[in-house]
Design a protein. Sequence first.
Length: 154
Amino acid sequence: MARPDRKPGALPRIVSIFAVFLLAAGTAASSDAPVTVDLGVAVASNEGTRIDPQLADLRTKLKAMFDYTSYRMVDRRKRTLAVGETGEFALPGGRSMRVTPAPSPGSKVRLAVQIMEGQRNLLTTTLGLSRGGMVLVGGPAHQNGVLILIISAE
């Protein structure tokens, strides 16, 4: 039976598309420094051609990475986590994202990320980026498009 939040023929698992954008390097941080995780949640679809003003700075990157005509920001949350501490972010569609900072050298950040749909694991990965860097993760399906997770860390 098809789920109402997925396009017909869409894969039922998360599509993981990663792009790391290194922004200005922050100051050196020790491996045990807290990490502020900033999560933006956008919905991309082919319904209309509007790009949310909150996503204007990412317009070129979004259009280059994803084949959609409309991008709408639906949520943005920020949480400061100690190394080894897990924070959970609610996502649309009964999903959630767990993030755990791991030790890393200097101005680097390592994040263990798990995206869940109820008790089902959709994605488990470790992201490595510079403090101030950003990663875009595309998927899973939502409404008539997909969720795009905009993950940055300070």
